[in-house]
Design a protein around this ligand. Structure first.
Ligand code: HEC
Ligand code: HEC
Ligand code: HEC
Ligand code: HEC
Length: 398
């Protein structure tokens, strides 16, 4: 799996998306930048690269934007140390570069852990696929053979075919009194692993799927009219950013499937044709849905004010502290700009902090997001005070 994905990554590196906004970053460019900035000298991705720092696909993949920024911060002292011991300059990242690298790290988790064939066998039996489909010459005939899906390592080809055949499959299930299958958690990946193990096909070649592209997926989302029900203030269907938060690609695939019948009925009622997917459309759409959760939920500025104090940022960054006014920074820049400023100034901050204290504050998940919300509120002039710390207003100009 890992080698395959890496090869695919190399093949498709030229495919750089383009449509993503600067702030959200472009994972394909991020992959390039991760090499150009020589992060790979110390960090491996899927086993390729240096060993001085943690393996990225394990350490950070799938963390949301601000969790990643918090992670970057937490580990900077050791990184500064290592980089300077190698005699190299600190790799500065401008906002676009930062956005691209962060989105690349998030993107890595699109490739779930491979499913488990033994668990998949149980799921396949429980969902009664075998009564209508044949696999490795065993099973029913009503729905046709599933062997050809054994050439794929990810479950999206299977999911796409299931979706397209959904209305016909549902009729058969209703007719035969078979329950309509529901997928949760790892189910989808497990069934795919089972099909891979059991399916018969000529040769053992695998289909090299192009890397799912969230920017193209956004176009699919628009073209298939998903927004007609899911977007806007008067939406009649769940907010998908919320639904997909912290979900893996195979969980999202399962979610999409589980609701396909209910959605099909709604579409019929609205006169919208049940969409069909071809080529990489489903894979791209899932990548897009996966990225909806990237920025995470909104931070809480009030909690952020407390973070600003408790991490010691206030002691230097408040009036008279000698460090730049962060409200001004937040006014000039965006999310990615803030992340880039934190990263680029880390060595200088580390030096100053080492003179004053010997302690580098660590961020827990959620804290960086709240801190950013606080700085944004300051930038807009509406600074919420954190309890007793109200006196040291930071909103004023330096
Ligand atoms: C000279 C070696 C070196 C280079 C170059 C380097 N790092 Fe690191 N990095 C480390 C080490 C060592 C750690 C672990 C620090 C620790 O455990 O606190 C680390 C940790 C991290 C972490 C936190 C991982 C975790 O476990 O949560 C992130 C994120 C990270 N690096 C990103 C980057 C990026 C992005 C670049 C390129 C711009 C980069 N690093 C370049 C050595 C390096
Ligand atoms: C009650 C019978 C029934 C059950 C149970 C059933 N299916 Fe189907 N399935 C069908 C029918 C009928 C079709 C449509 C065949 C056609 O007309 O193309 C179909 C189509 C499909 C397709 C598209 C096939 C293709 O070649 O494009 C896939 C993939 C699929 N089913 C997977 C599954 C899986 C996985 C399960 C178990 C979770 C399952 N089905 C359970 C009846 C069933
Ligand atoms: C005609 C309206 C309509 C359209 C068009 C539509 N959906 Fe839905 N969608 C719904 C409704 C209603 C639900 C909730 C269904 C239920 O409760 O089972 C839903 C549920 C979902 C869910 C599960 C959400 C959750 O929180 O459980 C996902 C994921 C989803 N839709 C994705 C899509 C995608 C992707 C498209 C475009 C291909 C799309 N929808 C098009 C109406 C629609
Ligand atoms: C010991 C003093 C000190 C502490 C504590 C400190 N900083 Fe800094 N910070 C500085 C200094 C000094 C600079 C300017 C560094 C430079 O010029 O490169 C700076 C720069 C920055 C910048 C870039 C500002 C700009 O305008 O580009 C950001 C963002 C930042 N700090 C965030 C933080 C956060 C968040 C915390 C708390 C977790 C924090 N700092 C804690 C001293 C500190």
């Amino acid at each position: 799996m890992s080698t395959r994905v890496f090869v695919a990554a190399a093949v498709v590196a030229t495919l750089a998306a383009g449509a993503a906004s600067a702030q959200e970053g472009n994972p394909f460019l991020g992959r390039q930048r991760f090499e150009e900035k020589r992060c790979t000298e110390c960090h491996a991705v899927w086993g390729h690269g240096g060993r001085l720092g943690p393996e990225m696909s394990v350490a950070v993949a799938g963390k949301t934007f601000y969790e990643l920024v918090g992670d970057f911060w937490n580990h900077t002292p050791q990184m500064i140390d290592r980089v300077s011991r190698l005699g190299e300059p600190w790799p500065a990242l401008d906002p676009a570069e930062m956005a691209d690298i962060l989105s690349y790290l998030y993107y890595l988790r699109l490739f779930d852990e491979p499913g488990d064939a033994a668990r998949g066998a149980q799921t396949y039996a429980r969902l009664q696929c075998v009564s209508c489909h044949s696999l490795g010459r065993r099973g029913g005939t009503m729905g046709g053979a599933l062997d050809r899906f054994s050439a794929y390592t990810s479950s999206t080809a299977l999911a796409q075919a299931m979706w397209n055949a959904g209305p016909r499959m549902q009729q058969a299930q209703v007719r035969t009194g078979t329950p309509i299958p529901q997928f949760s958690g790892h189910d989808m990946a497990d069934v795919q692993a089972f099909i891979r193990a059991e399916g018969q096909r000529p040769g053992r070649d695998v289909v090299l799927e192009p890397l799912p592209n969230p920017a193209r997926g956004a176009t699919v989302y628009r073209d298939k009219g998903c927004g007609a029900c899911h977007d806007g203030a008067g939406r009649s269907a769940p907010d998908l950013a919320r639904s997909t938060l912290s979900k893996t690609a195979s969980e999202i695939t399962g979610l999409l499937w589980d609701h396909s019948y209910a959605m099909g009925a709604r579409m019929g009622a609205k006169g919208i044709r049940f969409p069909q997917f071809t080529g990489t459309e489903m894979a791209d759409l899932i990548a897009h849905l996966y990225f909806l959760g990237y920025v995470g939920q909104e931070g809480d500025p009030k909690a952020g004010a407390a973070v600003f104090d408790s991490k010691g940022c206030a002691s230097c960054h408040r009036d008279g502290g000698g460090a730049p006014n962060l409200a001004g920074l937040a006014r000039r820049t965006d999310r990615a700009g803030l992340a880039s400023a934190i990263w680029n100034h880390a060595p200088a901050m580390h030096r100053t902090m080492a003179e004053r204290t010997s302690f580098w504050p660590k961020f827990e998940p959620g804290e960086m997001k709240n801190l950013a919300a606080y700085l944004e509120a300051l930038a807009k002039g509406g600074a919420p005070a954190a309890g007793s710390q109200a006196r040291g207003r930071t909103g004023a100009a330096r």
